[in-house]
Design a binder for this molecule. Structure first.
Ligand code: HEM
Length: 507
């Protein structure tokens, strides 16, 4: 009995000193409104029980709560304190001053390594400096022919599905995006468009799903507990191995190739563009990091894998969302088609680089699709020190900050009462008049923003113009201007039903 009392006393004392040490956190947290439904010990973690669809549904609901409660709210995740920010003014401060990624992303890093997106700030600074020159508009332009070839192959692969009723278009778009990025990033053709069972692609998709569940479900987080979920753990490890082996082999071959052919000399004259046009990102990263003395094989693997993940899934989700929206809104699709007719003058000539800037309406459609359905609906950062927000609140040191891009894009205070409606013309220069840069941030903002904007736009416009020239998309019509799509969250936000559409051949 005495032992039990002693144990009880120890626990109580431990809780008191734990709370005492964190008193400043509780004091600052108490000044923020809270996400609804917290329960003792778990906080709001129980709202993330379930599959990737219910995780997205919770993120969505909490984003709306955040907007209605002034744009910044708190939520406990067990002992961990998180804030959600959707207000554009506070968001700008967070994106500029909280550059560290939150520890919760370590489960992603277990698989991907600490490439640029996940790297701690000192490593990130070096990685960003090396990556930036590899993604300048001129280098991205030099990949144009790859997008055109891949987009044509995608359109060919869709042909057998014309007039056959609804089918899920996601696997085709996913493979298009992955094959394009693999060719530009690694310089290899993985031929995934013709073979849905390419192990690298299958492993990548499976592991992303597993990791996103693990981020939000705290009982899956400790490694020893995760290992008890035998099937998940085994699948996770198997996929990780397939991805690593695939990339290691490519890097090994690339190094051999460089040694054998002396593909390029390492010159330190900074003239990457002239010397390295038409090289894959992998070559550029080897060169820009200092050749033999630069990135080692693990660092190279981390960087190319991050490029593949960051570039493929996001662009594929955006292309697929846009196709779905075209099916829901035939009038808007017809306007896109009219623009395509005027640019291509009813010919079936291939797309050329000069066509892209002429596709202005298509660009507005893509931007509006990215607003309502941002492929990366949230960004997760952490506060290393106390961070004062323009709203007057202070974020305590050591807390996580979830920037809700989804919420920022759906705030009627800035976007107006029709915020939920699909209206591409809100991006007309004369109408686009937002007061703060962080009202619209599909590619994030600040020093850690997306480096792939040019690349993504080229890939999305290339694929969409090629498909929409050849096919008419038929979808389930919407009753009104507000599009409803059931979404799931597996690191990117995508439709649960694999994007069911029907295609008809255009005359
Ligand atoms: C529609 C397509 C895309 C969207 C919506 C998108 C969105 C984003 C967002 C929101 C971030 C910030 C992530 C964070 O802070 O946690 C980001 C970062 C990044 N994106 Fe993209 N992205 C897209 C396409 C691409 C492409 C095609 C590439 C590469 C070819 C790319 C490469 C990167 C990289 C390397 C970062 C990390 C930057 C850093 O941490 O310094 N993205 N992207």
């Amino acid at each position: 009995m005495i032992i039990l009392w002693l144990l009880f006393l120890i626990v109580v004392l431990w809780i008191i000193q734990f709370r005492y040490k964190r008193r400043r956190i509780y004091e600052l947290a108490s000044t923020f409104p809270s996400a609804s439904g917290p329960i003792p010990l778990l906080g709001v973690a129980h709202r993330f029980i379930g599959n990737t669809e219910s995780i997205m549904s919770s993120l969505r609901k909490i984003s709306y709560e955040c907007i209605t409660q002034g744009g910044t709210i708190k939520g406990w995740f067990g002992p961990m304190l998180y804030f959600m920010v959707a207000d554009p003014v506070n968001t700008e401060t967070v994106l500029k001053s909280c550059l560290e990624k939150d520890d919760i992303l370590r489960f992603v890093a277990n698989v991907l390594g600490y490439g640029i997106i996940l790297a701690p700030v000192p490593i990130w600074k070096v990685r960003r400096k090396v990556m930036m020159p590899a993604l300048t508009p001129k280098i991205v332009d030099s990949f144009f022919h790859i997008f055109v070839t891949q987009a044509n192959e995608l359109a060919e692969n869709l042909e057998p599905f014309c007039g056959t009723g609804q089918f899920g278009v996601w696997p085709f778009i996913n493979r298009y995006a992955l094959q394009s990025i693999c060719e530009t990033a690694l310089g290899v053709k993985i031929k995934s468009q013709n073979d849905p069972n390419v192990p690298f692609l299958t492993a990548l998709n499976k592991v992303l799903k597993l990791v996103s569940e693990r981020i939000f479900q705290i009982w899956l987080q400790p490694d020893w507990l995760y290992k008890l979920f035998r099937s998940k753990y085994t699948e996770h490890e198997k996929c990780r191995r397939i991805i690593m082996d695939f990339l290691d082999e490519i890097i090994l071959n690339k190094r051999k190739d460089i040694d054998a052919n002396k593909t390029f000399e390492i010159k330190n004259d900074g003239n990457i563009l002239e010397n390295y046009k038409n090289q894959a990102f992998l070559d550029l990263l080897i060169y820009a990091s200092g050749g033999d003395k630069g990135y080692n094989d693990v660092e190279l693997r981390e960087e190319v894998l991050i490029l593949i993940i960051a570039g493929a899934d996001t662009s594929a989700a955006s292309i697929s969302n846009t196709l779905l929206l075209m099916g829901k809104y035939p009038n808007i699709q017809e306007k896109v088609h009219e623009e395509l007719l005027s640019v291509f003058e009813n010919s079936d000539r291939p797309l050329v680089k000069e066509d892209l800037p002429k596709l202005q309406y298509l660009e507005r459609v893509i931007k509006e699709s990215l607003r309502l359905f941002p492929p990366g609906p949230v960004i997760v950062r952490k506060t290393v020190r106390e961070t004062a927000l323009p709203s007057g609140h202070i974020l305590p040191a050591g807390s996580g900050v979830i920037i809700s891009i989804f919420g920022a894009h759906r705030d009627p205070k800035y976007w107006g009462p029709d915020v939920e409606c699909f209206d591409p013309d809100r991006f007309l220069p004369e109408r686009y008049n937002l007061p703060y840069p962080c009202c619209y941030i599909p590619f994030s903002n600040g020093p850690r923003n997306c480096v792939g904007y040019q690349y993504a736009m080229m890939s999305m416009k290339g694929a969409l113009s090629t498909i929409l020239r050849r096919y008419k998309v038929i979808g389930t019509p919407e009753k009104g201007p507000i599009p409803h799509i059931k979404m799931k969250y597996d690191l990117t936000m995508k439709a649960v039903d694999d994007y069911q559409i029907e295609l008809l051949q255009r005359k």
